[in-house]
Design a protein around this ligand. Sequence first.
Ligand code: UD1
Length: 420
Amino acid sequence: MEKIVIEGKTKLKGEVTISGAKNAAVAILPATILINGICTIDNIPEISDIKAYCEILERIGVKINRISKNTLQIDTRNISSIEPPLEITSKFRASYYLTGALLGRCGHAIVGMPGGCKLGARPMDQHIKAFEALGATVDVEQGKIEVKAKKLQGNSIYLDIVSVGATINAMIAAVLANGTTTIENAAKEPHIVDLANFLNKMGANIIGAGTDRIRIQGVKELKKEGTYSVVPDQIEAGTFMLSAVATRGDITIKNCITKHLESITAKLIEMGAKVEDLGGDAIRVSMNKRPNKASVKTLPYPGFPTDLQPLIGVVMSLAEGTSVINESIWDSRFQYTEELIKMGAKITAQGKVAFFEGVEKLVGAPVHATDLRAGAALIVAGISAEGTTQIYNLEYIDRGYEDIEEKFRKLGAKITRVKE
Ligand code: UD1
């Protein structure tokens, strides 16, 4: 078993370069199935979710050539199966995009219901609604979803709730459908725009991604070759912004899109941080006092991202006064607060609301990552805390952060990974 050991407390200082976005990469990889050719994707983060995705794709006939650490050449000319291996798809959430991709390319897919971080109920009714609107039959049985259609037919899809996954799955499935599809009440996250940019570069006809109405004019086929570079990771950039504030440090975050960070920037300024847009693709965040209390409600983009909720929870744990978080996306995203309490935080979480009575300092303790972003939050808490913190369940953290220890080490953190 591995654990991360952190000796606090350290003010993080220096520069960090953000990797490609996990949530964009896990949508673009399956979307390459639509191509029936060879494409090269750059800026793919080296994380375990990507490794798992590559393994799945290879098992259904895709050839993947790793050109460098972050560049993959993907050959989807010979798809040999419409039933990806259940033992891998069940491990992570984004495997659900295989359903839309195989349905779009082959007219048939049998995919295990996805796994992933346990953040509360994660139904797929909106995905199913979208596939059915496009003319597919959908059967959910024995933990698998089977979708079938002779030829998908463009249609109007109204999502009852704003869902990132359903928006992406509908968009992927509609690319090669007959006629026009519109997705109303679509999610607007940066990775949805990135996926649309990738597909358009490959010959798709998608307009409106990034707004709540996406229109997809079906095309007969995509280009047989092309290259694309994945957008920088909004959540990783936010993680480092929040770590600068929690540790009262000074971090310049490079290779980020500052527009994607507006809700975070606004909240950090309100909490007393200095945030400078350095122009181009860099932002500098510094903090030299205890943060002010604040109130946050997580919302779909462009609201405050739920994936940064545990990270701002660390900042709030150290703020002056009582802060509050209203988690409006997931039913069960406060498990990490029990771990922060072991480090001296004063938090009361009830249902989808948590109150953070700020304390002057956190103190190191053995803690367990309860999901991916909770794991990142515990690292930041450990760096800001006095004494030694040991973090277990690293498999969550490795799912979504590339070279995380090395990046924090370069900023001055005393962080190591050890085998027990
Ligand atoms: C994606 C992100 C995840 C992030 C989340 C919200 C990826 C791989 N994961 O997850 O990191 O936390 O967006 O920003 O990109 N819902 C339904 N029915 C559905 C689909 C969703 O009720 O068919 C509900 C969910 O239970 C949740 C809400 O809609 O309450 C949002 O979920 P959704 O946006 O679909 O999240 P994911 O795509 O799973």
